[in-house]
Design a protein around this ligand. Structure first.
Ligand SMILES: [Zn+2]
Length: 316
């Protein structure tokens, strides 16, 4: 028997314990040189993408560059920017494929030679990343995240529609939050091999999942917490998920959060919204109750999600 249920989760972040380990896959170079920018902005289709890229908004620039490379596939500058965006968001395989396109189209010269040499570095990074992922120990914690029963999105609900509210009027908010949230959705989708999929929509009326931002440390639901997610379930599974994320750090009296910490908070809350209704006992998992040492969704988080979404794990 399944009635309408409402579940709630909170997450505590000990900001003073946040580890200093940083992902260093995408820091080789961050900006294109002035000559390249001048060439790119001659193409009006690229202008807005370049502006977003320069502002560090890789996720916002991505769909524009994908459209540009589809509409004018012979424009090597579009491929170069697309490659750099993929590199910056850690999608090395797609970065390599886009650099290949750029190299095939770009005129011979010093600039092209620079990227040709850089491809070797990128390819070796890609190989070592694949090896590292394969060597991590498996495991799962399904029983810890189903203490009140099994709750998940039905297959036919995919892609889950997501509305990301604007926080532009909320103190502490920056576009980094929007980038972090989009990046976190993509990480769950990619790492789960499409077991869960998302589609960003422009209105909360059409959404299955929404996120809003607040700086209210005294809100009852958020007191000393970084995020709060509630889900509403029906007979077919989860019907709606609502997330509220704090734009400022409760432990640092209004200080803005770091990008890595933001992404981890988003990943964790999305995990709850997907039905991981509890916390892992392992500190390196994104579903651990304290976000201290995590570096994204772990193999154990993924195994748990796969078990939850397998046909044999049924709502009771
Ligand atoms: Zn939590």
């Amino acid at each position: 028997m399944v009635a309408c249920l409402r579940l709630s989760h909170k997450i505590t972040v000990q900001a003073n314990l946040v580890a200093l380990a940083l992902l260093c896959l995408c820091v080789l170079t961050s900006k294109l040189d002035a000559k390249e920018i001048a060439k790119a902005v001659e193409n009006p289709e690229l202008k807005s993408a370049v502006t977003l890229y320069d502002a560090g908004r890789n996720w916002a620039a991505l769909p524009i560059l994908q459209r540009a490379t589809e509409s004018t596939p012979e424009d090597y500058q579009s491929w170069l920017y697309l490659a750099r965006v993929f590199q910056n968001i850690g999608k090395l395989d797609k970065a390599v494929a886009s650099y290949d396109k750029y190299l095939a189209l770009a005129p011979k010269g010093e600039e092209r030679d620079k990227y040709l040499a850089f491809m070797d570095v990128l390819k070796s990074q890609l190989a070592s990343k694949k090896k590292a992922v394969a060597s991590k120990a498996p495991g799962e914690y399904l029983s810890l995240v189903t203490p009140n029963g099994v709750f998940k999105w039905a297959r036919e609900k995919m892609p889950i529609t997501v509305f990301i509210g604007s926080g532009s009027k909320v103190p502490g908010y920056s576009t980094d939050f929007d980038e972090a949230f989009r990046s976190a959705l993509d990480e769950w989708e990619m790492k789960s091999n499409g077991l869960v999929t998302f589609k960003i929509v422009d209105s909360p009326d059409k959404s299955d999942m929404d996120v809003t931002w607040t700086d209210n440390l005294h809100s009852k639901a958020l007191s000393a917490e970084a995020g709060n997610t509630s889900i509403i379930c029906g007979a077919q599974g989860i019907l709606k998920a609502r997330m509220t994320l704090l734009t400022i750090d409760p432990f640092e009296r209004g200080r803005a959060r770091g990008k890595r910490q933001l992404r981890n908070i988003c990943l964790h809350e999305i995990g709850h919204a997907l039905g991981l209704n509890g916390h892992s006992g392992y500190p390196e998992d994104i579903m651990h109750s304290q976000l201290i040492v995590q570096d994204g969704v772990s193999p154990r988080d993924l195994n748990t999600l796969k078990m939850l979404y397998s046909e044999s794990t049924k709502p009771e």
